[in-house]
Design a protein around this ligand. Structure first.
Ligand SMILES: [Zn+2]
Ligand SMILES: [Zn+2]
Ligand SMILES: [Zn+2]
Ligand SMILES: [Zn+2]
Length: 374
């Protein structure tokens, strides 16, 4: 059996492995999962893992199993676990124990050295749990082919139409938001509990790059101002998340409240430099470049924030996988306008960028990146 070996390494380089794929199985046809457990345990709005031939191997060795001591394991169900870097929180592996007790390994493709030709997206699954179609409606035609949106799994077989939204979210979506409206966000283990307030004109005087007026084509005008949300392809996001696409919602820092303390997750620093200091417990902090911090749940590993302590406008990038899908839908579109992709040139597979941008344009009727700003 011939195999292809690819190196997997995270941003902080505490962890590096070789992983093997069966050559005859390439490209792997992998589902994109939108289930609540995947979203809330990673902070991403989908996960897509690729089955590998064995447990991870020591790099450049003769097939010896690697030391996993610098990975943290979190059990998402009694049979499933995620494995992420203890230092930078990059997701490396998911494991599943089958009924015979055999542990099956799969890898998060964002930490792989190369992915071109390695996998395609078979279909979207557990779309029903998003309540609004989630990212499946943005990524409509992977590699140019329209794929099915399964309610749960392809084995179960029930399919949802494109642009599906459940009744509750459809009803909520046409209601105007009160000025003091909020929604909740939480990680899988419950350690991180946030409340996020809607954008208001007076949030910051210079919030131009981050808040947008409603898109007149698809959004009700009564929603008023919304924050921006985007799908990022930058290398730093990719190798700290393990996801080939890392999504963020850009919210006003003083409107992102830690529900345990009722205080903002970032506090203004009266000294002025850096402009902000962390004000939330329960996160593992990683400085991915000077003064740029990534916060993840210290227990389940879910990514929570990216923030720049030198960014004076006071916006914080929130991981949208934490958003409470039941109240507003997983994209929370009364609060966030999904306007663009970021750092397209860094993508490992440029076809994915094009498919995603085309899908967003088709869904919203507006090309990615040119939505009207204030
Ligand atoms: Zn899932
Ligand atoms: Zn790392
Ligand atoms: Zn957690
Ligand atoms: Zn990024």
């Amino acid at each position: 059996m011939s195999t292809i070996t690819i190196k997997a390494e995270c941003h902080c380089k505490s962890n590096a492995f070789d992983v093997c794929f069966l050559a005859s199985s390439l490209p792997i046809s992998a589902p994109m999962c939108h289930c609540n457990a995947c979203r809330h345990s990673t902070g991403q709005i989908f996960t897509q893992c690729l089955p590998i031939q064995s447990a991870p191997l020591t790099p450049n060795d003769t097939g010896n199993f690697a030391d996993l001591q610098y990975l943290q394991q979190y059990q998402t169900t009694s049979a499933s676990s995620n494995w992420f870097c203890k230092k930078c929180n990059a997701f490396f592996f998911a494991t599943f124990q089958d009924s015979s007790g055999l542990l099956k390994w799969s890898v998060f493709p964002g930490i792989l050295e190369k992915i071109e030709g390695l996998f395609t997206t078979a279909h979207h699954e557990f779309v029903e749990e998003t309540c609004d179609g989630g990212k499946a409606d943005h990524y409509r035609r992977p590699h140019g082919v329209e794929v099915l949106h399964y309610q749960t799994t392809s084995t179960d077989g029930s399919v949802l139409p494109m642009n599906w939204t459940n009744e509750h979210v459809s009803d909520v979506f046409i209601q105007p938001l009160a000025d003091d409206a909020t929604f909740n966000a939480y990680c899988h283990c419950g350690s991180i509990q946030l409340t996020i307030g809607r954008p208001l004109k007076h949030v910051q005087p210079n919030d131009g790059p981050f808040a947008v007026k409603p898109n007149p084509v698809s959004i009700q005008p009564q929603h008023g101002l919304r924050y921006q949300a985007a799908h990022c392809f930058c290398t730093s996001c990719r190798v700290t998340s393990g996801s080939t696409i890392t999504s963020w919602g850009f919210a006003a820092a003083n409107h992102v409240i830690d529900r345990k303390t009722s205080k903002p997750a970032l506090a203004f620093n009266p000294e002025g430099s850096p402009f902000f200091v962390k004000n939330i417990e329960g996160t593992n902090q990683y400085e991915s470049s000077p003064n740029k911090f990534r916060e993840s749940c210290a227990k389940c590993g879910a990514h929570v924030f990216f923030w720049d302590a030198t960014r004076p406008v006071g916006f914080i990038d929130v991981a949208p996988g934490l958003f409470d899908q039941d109240a507003e839908g997983s994209r929370v579109e009364r609060y966030f306008a999904w306007t663009r992709t970021l750092f397209d040139d860094d993508a490992l597979d440029r076809k994915v960028v094009k498919d995603l941008r085309d899908g967003m344009q088709e869904y919203y009727g507006v090309p990615s990146g040119i939505w009207p700003e204030i």
